[in-house]
Design a protein around this ligand. Structure first.
Ligand SMILES: N[C@@H](CCC(=O)N[C@@H](CS)C(=O)NCC(=O)O)C(=O)O
Length: 237
């Protein structure tokens, strides 16, 4: 079976969390909107009159199902492809961590769009600078402290967030660290030494053979200033 992933074709965005899970588990998939006519197909699925339509990308077509919301899609893939623990407590905790990462993603996005996505960044420069300062000094350390403590307190050891095996939330944490390091290189390099377990997990994920191959392929879209994690020097002082 070939999965069909629907996501904006020129950014990593939230689609990247899904791409990483598909790549790490070796699934065949089509990144539909990157093909000719793919955008039209994606817009049709969100169109008026569709039964049970998604609100926004990413969404995944698989086995007659159409599933939206990144965390929801990952729960589906995790269950099918061994990217989540078998025990209920571990499974729900994995889902809980993924939703916490989704909260972090929203806050990272809001550093450059604190007044909302319908205004350009250039129309909210002062607010973005204020929001970013709070993010860098308060929110970012709070999230990173939390994930470092989850690794430190994993009864199965600090190699993974949950259990003894790779889960989709390990992959997503890798992606969050990648994005944060792109957007806030100065802030992230200052705190790197405070989070040895987080960055060790990041480096382990980066060196998984399938992920390594993916990251150096043209399937991996470079970070840019249209995505969620954007680098503006003014926001990283
Ligand atoms: N909570 C959703 C958020 C989906 C979302 O905001 N998608 C963005 C792209 S990353 C989008 O296209 N939004 C359009 C909109 O909100 O109008 C998820 O995690 O999948």
């Amino acid at each position: 079976m070939t999965y069909e992933l629907y996501y904006w074709p020129s950014i990593q965005g939230r689609g990247e969390f899904i791409r990483l899970a598909l790549e790490a588990s070796g699934q065949a998939y089509k990144d539909v909107a990157r093909d000719a006519d793919g955008m039209a197909a994606m817009m049709r699925l969100m169109g008026n009159g569709m039964a049970r339509p998604p609100f926004a990308p990413p969404f995944l077509k698989a086995d007659g199902l159409l599933i939206a919301q990144a965390a929801n899609i990952l729960a589906y893939l995790g269950e099918r492809h061994g990217l989540e623990p078998q025990d209920p407590q571990g499974r729900w905790f994995t889902r809980q961590l993924q939703l916490t990462l989704a909260d972090l993603v929203v806050e990272a996005h809001d550093t450059h769009h604190p007044l909302g996505p319908n205004l350009y960044y250039e129309d909210q420069l002062d607010e973005a600078a204020r929001r970013s300062e709070d993010f860098r000094t308060e929110r970012l350390p709070k999230f990173l402290d939390y994930f470092e403590s989850v690794l430190a307190s994993n009864p199965d050891g600090p190699a993974h967030l949950v259990g003894t095996k790779l889960t989709y939330t390990d992959l997503s944490l890798f992606q969050a660290l990648e994005g944060l390091s792109y957007a806030f290189p100065k802030a992230m390099s200052r705190v790197r030494k405070d989070y040895p377990k987080l960055f060790a997990l990041h480096d382990r994920v980066a060196s998984l053979p399938r992920i390594k191959a993916y990251l150096s392929s043209d399937r991996r879209i470079p970070f840019n200033e249209d995505g969620i994690f954007r680098h503006y020097d003014a926001l990283d002082q």
